[in-house]
Write a protein that binds this ligand. Sequence first.
Ligand code: SF4
Ligand code: SF4
Length: 343
Amino acid sequence: MISTSKILSLARRALKSPGTYHAQWFLTRKCNYRCRGCTVWMNQDSEELSTKDVKRGLDILRDIGVLEIVFSGGNPLLRDDIGEILEYSSKYFITTIYDNGSIAANKVEELRCVDFVAISLDTLDEKKNDYLKGLSGSWRRAMETIEALKREGINVGVSPTISQINLYEIIDFTKYFTKRNIPVWYCLYTYDYQPDKGVFSVGRRSDEHEITDMKTLANVCDELMEMKKSNKYIYITRKTLEAVKQLALTGRRIWRCGALKSFLVVDHLGRVSGCHCREPLTSIFDLPKVWRSEWMKKLRMEYSQCRNCIYLCYIFYSVHKGLPGLLEIIFDQWESVKDYLGK
Ligand code: SF4
Ligand code: SF4
C-alpha cells in the first residue's frame, strides 16, 4: 500500500510551478534485445551514472516538483544496482520501470517496491512479436514474466507500441489482458526527427511500422474510449485518445507540447533535455541553477510550438498540463487510482 508520507510528499510537490510532474530516466544505453523500430541496441554505451549520482539526481528531481518517474533505457534491469535505485525512487515518486520481459521475473525482490512494472509486448502473435523484437523466444519470455509477476502480487502491466504492424490487433490485445486484470498502456510508433542531435536516440524510421491506415487508428481510439467506460485496466485517458483520434483524422494537434513544462527526460549520463529528441541542455546536477531561468522559459515557449513527434507519452503529458492536468488524469483513471491507493 502507498504510504501516507509518500502521498503527502506527492501532494506538496504537485503545487510546484512549473508543474513538471513527469520524468523519464533512460538509466542505461545497454539492451539485450534487437527491436526493429529502435536504435538503442545499435549504439550501446557502457558508461552510465553511479548509484550515488542517480540518487543525487532523484533528490534534484524531487525538489523541482517531479512526482512520477519512468525508468527505461535500454533495459534498466540490466543495471546491477537497480534494486537500490528503485527502492530510493519509490520512497518519493510514483515509480514505473520498463522491461522487455526478459529480466523482471528474475528480479522479483528488487521490484516489490515499485508502483508499476511495464512489460513491452506488441502482439499476441508469437512469431510476429519475435520478429519485431529481433529475438526468438521473446514472446514466450514476456508472457511467462507477466504471469510470474502477477503471481507475486507485483503490479504488472503490458505496454504495446501501436504501429501499422499490430494496428488491427490492438483491441483484441487489450481485451485479452484486461480480462485477466492486467492493465494495458500504449506507445505509438514514431521516430526521432533529429537522431544525431537528440539527447538519446530511440525511435528508428521504419516503413513497416509507420501507420498508414489513419481511419483505423481513429476507430481504435473510439473503441478504447468506449471500452474505458467499463474497463479500469485501460491506462490511457479519454483526452489523450481524443487527441490521437483528431490527429489521425485531420492531422491537427489539439495540444501544445509540454516538454520542460509537464515533463523532462534524463539520459544515462545524467544529461537533461525537454524530450529525448531534443539536444541535451544541462547536467542534472546543474539543473537547479537554470530551471527557473529566462533561458528555460524561452525553451518552454519554443518547444510548445514543436510538432515533430507523436511519442504517446509526450502527448499524454502535454494534453494534461500542470495541476489541472493531474486532476484530469486522476478523475479519468479514478477506478484504477482507487486500486492503487488501497493496494
Ligand atoms: S525497444 Fe526497448 S527492448 Fe527493444 S531494443 Fe529498444 S531499448 Fe531494447
Ligand atoms: S513535439 Fe515535443 S516531445 Fe516531440 S520532438 Fe518536439 S519538443 Fe520533443
